[in-house]
Ligand binder design. Structure first.
Ligand SMILES: NC(=O)c1ccc[n+]([C@@H]2O[C@H](COP(=O)([O-])OP(=O)(O)OC[C@H]3O[C@@H](n4cnc5c(N)ncnc54)[C@H](O)[C@@H]3O)[C@@H](O)[C@H]2O)c1
Length: 330
């Protein structure tokens, strides 16, 4: 039985991951500060589901609370840590940059220090496709240069990868960073486009479509993300993995994406079909910090953990809508 700390357990990905880990019999300690970046009731409802399981316990704690995090690591002796607590969102990083520094930089150092001092066996952490910035070479590969982020959010994720590598190198802490590509699904995030679109369409309100709908995203269904994370948890990075992203440190980066970019306008069309309602669209230019395309090369994931995300948007969106309409009783 493995004892796993999941930070951001009340968040979208952390909640789904915790559920799967609990179902396979792991002991999960969830951590979250339940901040109000989006609807706190949704976070609490996710937690209520997790608290039904006897192998789950929860700590309401901020990653930036240095003493609190150090104490938790001292007391608990985790085998594995999955860090999914972060200030997410690209556009919000233009409005509130300090939130990204507090949670993603200060908070991440506290996690690294906790892992180092309590000899955690594997730290897995959430990075993002946004580290690829406005790269035009597709698909995006983990060996590509990612030195030109176009938002502070992306910069904070790239910083996490650098910080993790340092701890792997200096202290032999095994770390794996996962670059997630636009994740969607049940119990999703209300700040994300697909969620806002659904809400607006059902309310008969117009939707804001950026870059005139010509953006392409490698939309990845939540179940595929969770499957990828779990396989990676069980695969310790090796000190001598000879690819361009690793040195002699036990450190590894993977893309987890659907490997099949979809144009935003097509995504909206599938959403309209699922809902049986045509959307009224406000066609708008691209927003600062946004990128025109994301597209994951997942060869490493396939090679090392034998998994390729494959849920189509037709299947994934139908599941999302089924959850949305039942949760909000629309
Ligand atoms: N959802 C996506 O499309 C996507 C894409 C790429 C990367 N990611 C990354 O995956 C991770 C999880 O994302 P998500 O979609 O589940 O987001 P989320 O916002 O739903 O979950 C994050 C959770 O962390 C908590 N949190 C934030 N700051 C905290 C702090 N300082 N201390 C304690 N808890 C804190 C929040 O309350 C929230 O419940 C994040 O690192 C995010 O950047 C997500």
């Amino acid at each position: 039985m493995t004892k796993i700390l999941v930070t951001g357990a009340a968040g979208f990905i952390g909640f789904h991951l915790s559920q799967s880990l609990l179902n396979r019999g792991d002991t999960v300690i969830g951590l979250d500060n339940l901040n109000d970046y989006y609807d706190v009731f949704l976070k609490e409802d996710r937690l209520t589901q997790l608290k039904n399981k006897s192998n789950f316990s929860f700590h309401k704690l901020d990653l930036a609370d240095r003493q609190g995090i150090a104490q938790l690591f001292d007391q608990q002796k985790f085998d594995v840590v999955v860090n999914l607590a972060a200030q997410a969102g690209v556009r919000y990083s233009l409005q509130n940059p300090h939130a990204y520094v507090d949670s993603n930089l200060v908070g991440f150092v506290n996690i690294l220090e906790g892992c180092r001092h309590s000899q955690v066996k594997h730290l897995v952490f959430g990075s993002s496709s946004s580290v690829y910035g406005a790269n035009t070479k597709i698909p995006f590969s983990v060996g590509d240069n990612v030195d030109h982020p176009v938002s502070l959010y992306a910069a904070s994720k790239k910083a996490n990868e650098l910080m993790a590598h340092t701890y792997s190198h200096l202290y032999g802490l095994p770390t794996t960073g996962l670059r997630f590509f636009t994740v969607y699904g049940s119990w999703g995030r209300p700040d994300m486009a697909y969620f806002k679109f659904t809400k607006a369409i059902l309310a008969g309100q117009p939707i804001d479509v950026y870059n005139y709908g010509k953006m392409q995203r490698d939309f990845t269904y939540i179940d595929d993300i969770v499957e990828g994370i779990i396989r990676v948890i069980d695969k310790l990075p090796q000190a001598n993995e000879s690819d361009s992203t690793s040195t002699k440190a036990p450190y590894k980066i993977y893309n987890i994406g659907n490997n099949q970019p979809v144009e935003l306008m097509h995504f909206i069309q599938v959403l309209e079909d699922c809902l049986g309602i045509k959307a009224e669209k406000n066609l708008l230019p691209m927003q600062p910090g946004d990128v025109p395309m994301t597209y994951a090369d997942v060869d490493d994931l396939v090679k090392n953990v034998g998994f390729r995300p494959s849920t189509s948007i037709e299947v994934g969106l139908e599941k999302f809508i089924a959850w949305y309409t039942s949760y909000y009783k629309t």
